[in-house]
Design a binder for this molecule. Structure first.
Ligand code: HEM
Length: 201
């Protein structure tokens, strides 16, 4: 192809590049953007950005100062899932879990992640609303109690509720965390159902 007017061609290219960069900068699905999610509690859309749905969360009133740090931490844990060990003991009113790593840097991230998520349960400023189980967990977060004990290599967590319908969410979530540990990002891309309420006719 012969270019008839090189200046016009160059200007055209520049305009296209500018348009593209403005579009990218404003993308509502950019996971790093503080405006990444809708303002309402409705489930957020499911776009694919970078690590797919994983970057998305519901931001409290378009402003979530710890979201990027929290997301980086759980992405780090998913990336290093092979270095994590976890046990779950079911209790009548919840779970007792131990989640650890022999690698100090991974252990430290586990120790950061759990209190940060507990804080989100208490404030109702959740993440991962596109996943039904997580949406349900954040709906009932204020009825959950978490006792977090640091161990040498991670954390021991006793998570309980005095409401049976909330206990089933806690136990289902603990199972999903174990699946994150086993499968990493492959599991984190999936939705997880809310377990049915037992004995509800
Ligand atoms: C390998 C990856 C991960 C590990 C090792 C991990 C570890 C944990 C642990 C130990 C707990 C305390 C409750 C329990 O032990 O069952 C927890 C709670 C929580 N995690 Fe993670 N997590 C991982 C990935 C994620 C991801 C990808 C998200 C969200 C995008 C997430 C969000 C939460 C939330 C919201 C809670 C509090 C909810 C509840 O415990 O009911 N975690 N996580």
């Amino acid at each position: 192809m012969q270019i008839q007017n090189p200046l016009r061609f160059a200007m055209g290219g520049l305009c296209a590049a500018l348009l593209l960069s403005v579009t990218l900068a404003q993308s509502p699905l950019d996971p790093a953007s503080p405006n990444a999610a809708p303002q309402s509690p409705a489930p957020i859309g499911k776009g694919k950005m970078g690590k797919g749905k994983m970057g998305q969360g519901k931001m409290g009133k378009g402003n979530d100062p710890t979201f990027v740090a929290d997301r980086d931490t759980f992405h780090y844990l998913l990336s290093n899932h092979d270095s994590i060990q976890r046990t779950v003991k079911l209790l009548k009113n919840g779970v007792e879990t131990v989640t650890e790593s022999d690698r100090p840097e991974v252990a430290k991230k586990i120790q950061e992640h759990v209190p940060a998520m507990y804080e989100r349960l208490k404030s109702g400023n959740g993440v991962r609303y596109w996943d039904p189980l997580f949406a349900e967990a954040f709906k009932h977060g204020k009825k959950m109690k978490m006792e977090i004990t640091r161990t040498e290599k991670g954390v021991k967590v006793v998570e309980t509720s005095d409401q049976p319908d909330v206990v089933r969410i806690i136990q289902a979530h603990a199972e999903v965390v174990s699946r994150f540990v086993k499968h990493g990002f492959a599991e984190a891309e999936k939705e997880h159902p809310v377990p049915p309420i037992p004995d509800k006719k």
